[in-house]
Design a protein. Structure first.
Length: 282
């Protein structure tokens, strides 16, 4: 385990998945601790896909590859490049984690930095392939809600029509369910997750706040340049995941062609991809 801290926060990470396993402020835990009764994750990093592929397959340059849900990074052991006070940098690459099921060469760095009561999470991907590289990347932080999620609400930083796209089995349809028009607030309830998760596209908001309605304690999540936002829990579990994604699950009409996949990102030869999101106790 790797630990960094500043005057407010102490964060602990596993080298497996470069996963944040604990975030404490003033003696209180803010990250779900992975109780297998509900879900063993805490904040897995999703790469090189977010969610699932039809039949767990994609096609690239005429060859079919098999890739499990959310990709392989969450179960891979990252190299710890640097740990310096309030910053930790983890590296996964095609050299230290060769994969027969992913035809690209890359370096994938995750850089965590504590700034006051905020955690910055930086994704820095370099394409080492002799050609274009296709991928998705996303966050999956689970925030501890010990009183139960019904005691919490999610406040969007702009007014929204909360149209959540629906899953048909593991695949995404074009159908939506509306959870509020011209509103900035989503009241959390276990019944919201009867069909797995809430999937939002094209939000006006670039951030949301998770608020405890009893204590008024808040966690602010910012996700500039992440086109998709997912909200998920296991019904009855004391956590809620707020997940900014650059990528999305396969649509029911998918061709399985990786270059045609909705939300797929591309880096040209020798290029870089950079995204950052943050969450802050306020």
């Amino acid at each position: 385990m790797i630990t960094i801290s500043n005057e407010f926060l102490t964060a602990t990470f596993s080298e497996v998945g470069a996963e944040l396993k604990s975030l404490k402020y003033d003696g209180k835990e803010y990250i779900w601790y992975g109780d297998p009764k509900f879900w063993t994750g805490s904040s897995p990093v999703l790469f090189p896909i977010c969610s699932g592929l039809k039949d767990d397959e994609f096609i690239y340059e005429g060859k079919t590859y098999t890739l499990q849900k959310h990709g392989f990074a969450r179960r891979a052991t990252f190299d710890v490049e640097t740990v310096d006070g309030n910053t930790a940098t983890f590296l996964l690459s095609s050299e230290n984690c060769p994969q027969d099921n992913y035809p690209f060469k890359y370096e994938f760095r995750i850089i965590y930095t504590l700034i006051g009561k905020k955690v910055n999470v930086e994704y820095n991907i370099r394409n080492l392939t002799n050609g274009d590289m296709y991928f998705s990347v996303g966050a999956h932080e689970a925030y501890h809600c010990p009183e139960g999620i019904e005691n919490y609400e999610i406040i969007f930083n702009k007014k929204e029509s909360l149209d959540a796209y629906q899953l048909v089995g593991p695949l995404l349809s074009d159908d939506t369910i509306n959870y509020g028009k011209d509103t900035d607030t989503l009241q959390l309830d276990n019944s919201l997750f009867d069909n797995d998760c809430l999937i939002f596209k094209n939000l006006n908001s670039r951030g949301v706040t998770l608020r405890n309605k009893t204590t008024n304690q808040k966690i602010k999540v910012d996700f500039k340049e992440f086109p998709f936002l997912l909200i998920w829990t296991v019904p009855g579990a004391p956590f809620i995941c707020i997940e900014p994604w650059c990528g999305i699950t396969d649509n029911i009409a998918t061709t399985k062609q990786l270059t045609e996949k909705e939300g797929i990102e591309k880096i040209e030869k020798g290029g870089y991809f950079y995204r950052i999101h943050s969450f802050e106790i306020i």
